[in-house]
Design a protein around this ligand. Sequence first.
Ligand code: FAD
Length: 404
Amino acid sequence: VRKPRVVVLGGGYGGLITVSRLQKLVGVNEADITLVNKNDYHYETTWLHEASAGTLHHDKARYQIKDVIDNSRVNFVKNTVVAINKDEKKIVLENSELHYDYLVVALGSQPETFGIKGLKEYAFGITNINSSRQLREHIEYQFATYNTEEVKRDERLTIVVGGAGFTGIEFLGELANRVPQLCKEYDIDNKKVRIVCVEAAPTALPGFDPELVDYAVNHLQRKGVDFMIGTAIKECTEKGIIVAKDDQMEEIKADTVVWAAGVRGNNVVEEAGFENMRGRVKVDEFLRAPGHDDVYIIGDCSLVINEEINRPYPPTAQIAMQQGETCAKNLSVSIREQGEMSGFKPEIKGAVASLGEHDAVGVVFGKKLVGSKASFMKKMIDNRALYMVGGAPLVIKKGKFNIL
Ligand code: FAD
């Protein structure tokens, strides 16, 4: 008899954990495992704010997938998923096709621009290695060009960050550290630089403890970030952005606009015809798409409800990795057609937002932390993600040890 074919789409947090656990749980004769990812490397999405600001080289935030999987057990395919045909149990790749018996969709998220005009065309995103590298280069180019022009354009040195959520705040923390370095390198007066954060919600870091929000905002303000809270970006243009607060419109001229205010699930999921909300599928307790017992959906493409507040959990790497573990277990039960499936229940250990290399705010195991203690925890969390996939060797190679 033919072995069941398991196809995992996406080599991010969810996909890699699934594969690394599954290759141990099922024997060679029990299943064929295939992992598909756009690139031959995995990147740490949760470190992209550093690569984007230029405080961490992007190579530090990625590693080769072949180095962390058992290549004798897993067939790795470097390709882009174009479509999922769930009725024919077929995956359409850019130049080939794959058939599955069991599918795991772990394709991560995409920026959500909420239809705001011009964002897609003119704003940068913190989405993957390519976008981070481009943003870092773009910012540096503005600084490098400033003094070459006879008529100085200060908007070259204005950076707008749309969104004061997790990603926006973490990026601002890195930027506030990077800007003085750039000023020194390119002989620019620090006072010429303007960093503006525009947030439509009534607070920065919505969902965080107000004391921690104050700490983060004060820290960033001291480092020169202007906050425009309760202010919506109405439009992004070639020249900057147009914002609105209490019916007042204002233009902010800026050569760099970064959109960090929203994500949605992958459009491949949407186009496949699964019932979804902005590309995220509300999965059953075993992480399967409703009505499709052969399709598991995890990570940012999935939607899991927090029963306590009856609202979805925000998409995080923490949840994606935990789902990967449950998914691998349940796949092994499906493959063997015996055993009990495990229901997924997220175990939220906390959340820590970094504010640059040596500062952070967060809650860990119910305890509020700020400053160097929080920053230390953040690095431990980052190292743990490496450990979960590649063990100690990967931590030694890519880990964060600059903890003082
Ligand atoms: P990802 O890890 O993003 O992986 C998706 C993979 O799919 C990628 O390898 C991608 O290349 C691949 N892919 C995408 N489309 C295709 C395609 N069509 N074909 C083939 N391959 C494809 N979460 C936390 O828990 N804690 C944090 O501190 C935190 N900080 C964050 C900071 C930043 C700056 C950002 C952007 C996010 C942060 N998050 C954090 C959220 C976290 O990164 C995501 O929730 C997590 O990455 C989701 O994991 P995933 O497996 O669903 O997707």
